[in-house]
Structure formats: C-alpha cells, structure tokens
Design a protein around this ligand. Structure first.
Ligand code: ADP
Ligand code: MG
Length: 687
C-alpha cells in the first residue's frame, strides 16, 4: 500500500465504503490522509467528589468508588440499570439501557472512571450510558483529542477514524518534500509528524504545531504553483495597437457623473497596460456599487475605436442582458461607430446564428455574453480585450480557456471579493491589481435595520410610500416554493400575498431560478423599466444586477444567508443618488444570528464585514470566500493565518530565485508535490 493505492486496499474498506468515500472526493490512500478533521473532541480531565464548583452539563469523566451493586428494572421488553455515585452534597445517577450485565461488571468497593454526557433533568444530575474504565485506562485518554471529520450521508466518523488509523499504522507516508534547511529556518514540524498529529494529536501543542505546518504547505504549494508558472510564462508581446486615448477622455467628460478618483486611476492603469509592450493581465477589485461596469465599457469602447473586437463575460444571463442593454444605450448616446452583440445560452438557434454572422462582419464589435457561448471557438475575427465580470463566480480554469481565444487578447478580470490588497497580490500572483476603493461622491450610505417579523406590516407600508415616490423595491426570500421541512418564506406564496396586500395599486413581480430563461429576462426587463415596482426574488439577483431606481432591499429570513451574500444583496440598492434602505427580517431566536446581522447593520463596507465575520465565527469556520473556486484551501485561512501566508510567500520567492526551474536535487520532491497539489485543486473544482 502506498499513497496512490486505492482506498479499497485499506483493511476494512469495502466497495460500499469506498463508494461513500468517493462522494467525499476521496479515492486514494493519499487522499484520505489529506482530508483533515474539521474539529476535535477532547476527553475531559477527571473530576472527583467532593465537587467544589458543582457540575456542568456536557461530557464529563468522574472518578468514584462504587458502594453498592447497580439495580435493574424492566419495562415491557426493555430494562434500565441504574447506579448512584457521589456524596451528600452532589449525587449523579448513572443509567444504562438494556445492560443488565453492568450489575456484574461493576464491583462494589472498587473505583472507576465514568465517562459520558451529563445533564440535569427532573431535579437531578444524570449520566446516560456512561463508559466505565479503570482509572489508568482513562488516564491514557485524558486530554486526548479525537478527530471529528465532515461526513457525507451514510458515512460514520468512526469509519474514517478506523481507516486513517489503519493507514497511519501501515507507515505508508512519503518523505518530507520540504528541504530540511527550510523546515528548520521556518521552525516547521516534519511532514509525517504533522499528518499524524493533525488526525490524532497527542495534545493541544502538537495540534497547533501540526496545523501550522499544514497551513504553510497549503499556502506554499498554492503560491509556488502560481509563481512557477509565471516564471515559465514569458511575458507575451502586445499584439495590438490602440488609437489615441483622447476619444475616451472626451466621452468621460460627457458622462452624466464625474468618475471617482479610484475609477480614473484604474482606467489609467489599464490604458497604460494596453498600450504598453506586453499583453495585459489585470484584476480590478472593487466593492459592490463602486462602479466597475463603466470602467469595462470605456475600455471596450476604446478597443472598438481602435478597430478590434472585445468581449465581456458575465456569470448569469440576467447580468449579461443588463450589460447588453446599458452598453447599447451608451453606444448610441456617444454615437460610437460600433455594434453591441449579445450571446447567451437562452437565445434561439436563429438568434445565435445572426449573432455569429454579425461577429464576422463587424470587426470592432463589443460582445456581451455568458461564458457558455464565449467559450465556443473561432467566432471572433479579432479579439483584443476580454473582460470577466464578477470573476469570483468563475473557476480559474474557465478564466484560462476564455483567455486562449484568438490572438492572445488583453485580459481584465473584475471582482467584488473583499480581500486586503496585500493578500490579493500574493494570491493572484499572476495578475496585476487595480483597486477601486472609493464610492461615487453623491451616494448616500444605505440605511439599515434588522427587525423581527412583527415589523413586516410596517415594512410593506414603507415600501408603498417609496413606490408612491416613484421608487422600487426588492423582497428576497430563501425559497422558490413551499417545502415541507423548511420553515422559511418562498417567492411564489410571498408574491401572491403581496399582490393581494397591495390590491392592484402596485405591480408585484416574481423571479427565481426555476423560471425559464426568457421569462426571467422578461421580468428583469419589466423591473428595469419600472413596470414592476416590487420584485419578489430569490438570490438570483445577487450578482451585478443594476436598477438604480430601486431603493428598498427587504430580506426575509435574513438569518439564513451568509454575511457576504447579504452584503452582495444589499448592494443592489444604494446605486443612485437617492437614499436607500435595507430591511433585514431576522426570524431566528439565536443570539449568534442577531450578532451576525448586527455587523451588517453597523457597516456597509465589504472589508470590514469580512473581518468581523471571521472574528465572530472563529477559526475553522468558513467565510464565503474560502469556498470560492480560486481559493480552495482546506485548513488555511487567509485572514487568520495571514502571517503564515506572508512567510510562505517569502520562501517561494527565495526558492524560485535560486532555482527557477525547480531542478536542483533537493527540490525534486517539492516539484512533484507541487504538481500533485495542482491536480487535486483542479479535481476539486470540477467536483
Ligand atoms: P459594481 O462595481 O457593483 O459593478 P456598477 O458598475 O454596477 O457597480 O455601478 C453601480 C451604479 O453606480 C450604476 O448605476 C452606475 O451607473 C453608477 N456609477 C458608476 N460610477 C459612478 C460615479 N463615478 N458617480 C456616480 N454614479 C456612478
Ligand atoms: Mg458589477
């Protein structure tokens, strides 16, 4: 058995278990070792009587003598065996079901450790189904941390524990791929030690050391993979020549609003890239509502005026159509000699054919679409600029396929993911970065409130007032239709209810992912034209949708959404220069839910929210960003472990500047491991 062996080679893992493992993305012996516990259970220290501080509910280990034999009583076919331990001040009732043999197991006069869950019920302390051990037996467990793994349906924690133990006992581990001098310099634990300890830690210190090593590995391999490729990739020459930027400066002057300083700076950086000697690969980061779309439009317009085609790819149909409409309007408004072409999956064959034809005949067209269609080959005559909007919604691979089109076009990716700039530089090592860290001046901060369900009526009449002033509102529900086992609002019923409530004076529309694409488009267009005033929707409006006339975002069951998601949803309002409002209905009694929503209530700043969310949830928890395609880390956390991230980045730099090809003898193992890591990452993304 080695790391590449199938998991069926592990003792006790049969076809059925293997199938469950495969659902978790575990196929080989190596995979199982690299699937770390999500948490640990720790065996408590022994308590004895008298207990000065009393007892608390939870798992306890109590050392006590047995003074009499346990007694068993029968109920129907079942039996319950009980025994009391303790002193005058505190008694604990031990109970076992269908375990008459306990009468013989426990010998009066002897001392045992009773381990189990303690709770207070009917006026007394009870420990149900305790395990009984000799004191020296328990001493072995005391303070020990047992792994808790994330599971898939049908899989048990103990099955994974057994499998991992069996692999570790087989000593199949590879040798450490990190050169010894680096390990020592960074005071990192040895690899095999770290793997063993992350699964079965000797104690807390060992766990911390193991974790630090494995966090380092994740960052190190990720950054190494990226930088290695970057070194390999020769800077590619810029194959296009652009016209004077004055034409765009002119347009900028006639915009209905002045651009922010951050927008102007970003535009200048892009312009410099595109007219420079090399192909551009740039990331534009900017919080929701910071105005990324106009930047994209201006750069595409410049490309058109220079005689080339450009394309922008959006993650949803709704967003693609919206860009298409606003770009078409602007092309007309600025009398640009070009054409905007839409390409999306929901178009009919005939519409698509016409679009392809236009692409062939308009050499400087601006193309707007979803990724599915833009991925098709050879449709562009001369593509000079490719933009990915909301790039955090796409995986790395998709970005790459897209960039292979035509004659190596310039690449611009736009993202609203709030990562501090220093981290972004490390994580997106292959991209240059512009940050739009300023919101348009005239914009008023959104007014927020978090309320309970008794506020609903007030919210509806507030929405009515806003609509009477000419504005519009979104109402977000977590569900599409009623479901049996989830007590949350659904779009279908909610829109029926609101329609009745407003009695025809206000037009209420509905939008969700189960609707047909053309139906969705129709509703979105009606909302954009203010023919629908209140749009009841699922989170399909979450990304990018821009209807500046909407001033109210009401979110039902707000406690069911992640903070990052709520922040994106809220970003749908506050896009014009009138006051906007976000009403979050909290339906959860939990204190934690209230605390989380309070963060949003206090701030409209994506970076602040991300950081607070982390503090509240604590390490080991997920903030949305960690699940996004680009940053698929298992235990590393870019916020909590930012110091390790910086160290790893430094080490990568040192190694690559001494050995750019990773060809030195002592780097060969590392080279192999890096390639392996990249394969796993790609596999994960395709899961
Ligand atoms: P995002 O960065 O979230 O993609 P958008 O590009 O959709 O944001 O812009 C949000 C809104 O702000 C749009 O209605 C847009 O017209 C407007 N906008 C963009 N830049 C400015 C600016 N400098 N001043 C005022 N409004 C702006
Ligand atoms: Mg946008």
């Amino acid at each position: 058995m080695n790391c590449d062996s199938s998991i069926t080679k592990i003792k006790g893992v049969g076809e059925k278990t293997a199938e469950l493992f495969s659902k978790m993305g575990v196929y080989t012996v190596g995979d199982i070792l690299l699937r770390f516990p999500r948490d640990y259970f720790s065996y408590p220290t022994i308590s004895t009587f008298p207990m000065e501080d009393g007892l608390n509910e939870g798992y306890r280990a109590i050392l006590a003598p047995v003074s009499q034999r346990p007694r068993t009583q029968f109920y129907g076919g079942k039996s319950i065996t009980t025994l009391a331990i303790g002193d005058e001040a505190l008694q604990v009732q031990l109970t076992w079901f269908n375990s008459k043999f306990m009468e013989k197991t426990l010998i009066p006069g002897k001392r045992y450790v009773f381990f189990g869950k303690v709770f207070y019920k009917n006026g007394r302390w009870t420990m149900a189904q305790p395990k009984c051990m000799k004191p020296e037996e328990y001493r072995d467990l005391e303070g020990r941390l047992e792994p808790i793994y994330s599971l898939t349906e049908g899989m048990h924690n103990r099955t994974i524990i057994k499998a991992v133990k069996s692999v570790l006992a087989g000593e199949v581990l590879l040798s450490d791929y990190l050169p010894k001098d680096i390990r020592e310099e960074q005071s990192l634990a040895e690899y095999n030690y770290a793997i063993k300890q992350i699964h079965f830690p000797d104690d807390m210190d060992a766990l911390v050391r193991a974790r630090r090593r494995l966090v380092f590995d994740e960052f190190f391999l990720f950054i190494m993979g990226m930088q290695y490729q970057k070194e390999r990739q020769q800077k590619e020459a810029n194959g296009f020549s652009f016209c004077d930027f004055d034409v765009i400066d002119q347009i900028m002057k006639t915009l209905p609003y002045p651009l922010t300083g951050a927008q102007k700076r970003t535009i200048m950086e892009i312009q410099k890239d595109m007219s420079g000697p090399y192909r551009m690969q740039r990331l534009v980061q900017g919080d929701v509502g910071s105005g990324k779309t106009i930047v994209a439009f201006l750069m595409m317009a410049w490309t058109s005026l220079s005689g080339y085609q450009s394309a922008i790819m959006a993650p949803t149909e709704v967003l693609a159509r919206q860009h298409y409409e606003s770009f078409t309007r602007m092309v007309e408004q600025f009398s640009l000699d070009t054409e905007v072409i839409l390409l999306t999956g929901s178009m009919t064959q005939k519409e698509k054919r016409i679009a392809y034809e236009r692409l062939q005949t308009v050499p400087n067209a601006m193309v707007v679409g979803t990724h599915a269609l833009i991925q098709e080959k050879s449709i562009f005559s001369e593509l000079a600029l490719v933009i990915t909007d909301e790039q955090h919604r796409f995986g790395v691979k998709q970005r790459d396929t897209f960039s292979e089109k035509g004659k190596k076009p310039h690449i611009l990716v736009m993202s609203a993911t709030p990562i501090p700039r220093t981290l972004a530089i490390i994580l997106y090592g292959d991209l240059d970065i512009s940050v739009i860290d300023e919101v348009p001046a005239k914009r008023l901060p959104i007014k927020n409130c978090v309320v309970n369900t008794s506020y609903r009526e007030k919210a509806y009449s507030f929405i009515r007032e806003q609509v009477e002033m000419g504005h519009q509102a979104y109402v977000i529900c977590p569900l599409v239709e009623e479901t049996e086992n989830l007590d949350a609002e659904n779009v279908e019923e909610y829109s029926r209810m609101l329609r009745k409530y407003y009695g025809g004076s206000i037009s209420v529309g509905m939008l969700h992912g189960k609707m047909k694409n053309d139906e969705k488009n129709r509703v979105m267009e009606q909302f954009a034209r203010n023919e629908i005033q209140v749009l009841v929707s699922t989170t399909v409006v979450e990304v990018g949708v821009n209807v500046p006339n909407a001033t109210v975002m009401m979110i039902e069951n707000a406690d069911r959404f992640g903070l990052a998601q709520l922040h994106q949803l809220r970003g749908r309002v506050g896009r014009g220069d009138v006051q906007s409002y976000c009403i979050m209905i909290n339906t959860s009694p939990s204190k934690n839910a209230a605390k989380r929503l309070e963060i949003l209530n206090r701030s409209n700043d994506g970076f602040f929210i991300a950081a607070e969310d982390l503090k509240l949830r604590g390490p080991g928890d997920f903030f949305g960003i960690r699940q996004s395609g680009d940053l698929a880390f298992q235990i590393a956390d870019i916020y909590q472990d930012s110091d390790v991230l910086t160290e790893a980045s430094g080490v990568v730099h040192d190694i690559l500047s001494a050995d750019p090809g990773l060809e030195q003898e002592n780097h060969l193992a590392l080279h192999r491991r890096m390639e392996q890591f990249q394969e796993t990452q790609l596999r994960k993304m395709n899961l």
